[in-house]
Design a protein around this ligand. Structure first.
Ligand code: HEM
Length: 219
């Protein structure tokens, strides 16, 4: 009985996960086409803009890309239980990718970005590193519940690469102009973190309440 009810509770969650990852995948393809074409099309004005920091952007982009692609596999319960060893190896690449992307991103911001974007990058990088390394520390201590939660938080920060670029492509945001960029980025960061906490707390707030055994058998 306990097993079948556990499966029944997990199913909608896994479906929700697939929906989220599918939406993220589509957004990622849009970002590749809309924002990153300059990598191959050197006549694009963004190529000139990023040219001075192109070598720093390579480790930054590759580290971030590794985290973005590995994250969904790490968060898949089915993959995790079937391939424990691969989960551990990919976990190393995930933490390494974030560490590389966060440090190189901060360096690029220091030498190439405006002060408001620089401050945003430092705070985001610290949050990103803190979540990823806390996830690692938790699993090393054997605390799997905390490990899962901090992995989810770190992946939420990872998705900013996609969500921020999609947001900036929306006409309503575009109309605000480049002077509003920092405010928009801060808003996206705060909303991302709040919605993540809300998602993590969801089942304990709105899930089916487990009655204590004494009460459940009474009457
Ligand atoms: C999935 C993770 C990420 C990937 C794949 C990634 C990749 C890239 C790429 C390809 C660029 C240059 C082109 C562009 O701006 O579109 C870039 C720029 C940059 N990224 Fe990331 N990034 C990621 C996450 C982050 C995060 C979380 C931060 C903040 C800590 C960050 C900080 C920056 C900065 C400061 C720039 C330079 C912006 C400028 O000077 O205008 N990135 N990133």
């Amino acid at each position: 009985m306990a097993t079948s009810s556990a499966v029944a509770v997990r199913r909608p969650q896994s479906r929700f996960k697939y929906v989220i990852f599918s939406i993220l995948g589509l957004m990622f393809l849009f970002v590749l086409w809309n924002n990153e074409r300059f990598i191959f099309d050197h006549s694009h004005p963004d190529w000139t803009y990023y040219f001075p920091v192109r070598y720093m952007l390579i480790p930054h982009g590759l580290g971030g890309l590794a985290a973005l692609l590995i994250g969904p596999l790490q968060l898949s319960s089915r993959f995790r239980t079937k391939h424990v060893r691969i989960h551990r190896i990919l976990g190393g690449f995930y933490i390494g990718g974030i560490t590389l992307a966060a440090t190189m991103g901060s360096y690029v911001a220091t030498v190439h970005s405006s002060v408001p974007l620089r401050i945003f990058t430092y705070v985001t990088a610290i949050t990103w590193l803190l979540c990823a390394w806390t996830a690692l520390a938790s699993v090393l201590k054997g605390n799997y519940q905390q490990h899962r939660q901090w992995m989810i938080r770190s992946y939420a920060v990872t998705t900013l690469f996609v969500t921020a670029r999609v947001a900036f492509a929306l006409p309503i945001i575009k109309r605000l102009g480049p002077s509003a960029s920092a405010e928009i980025l801060w808003t996206i960061l705060v909303l991302t973190l709040i919605f993540t906490e809300f998602g993590l707390a969801w089942s304990s707030i709105f899930g089916r309440r487990r009655l204590p055994a004494r009460t459940a058998t009474a009457g």
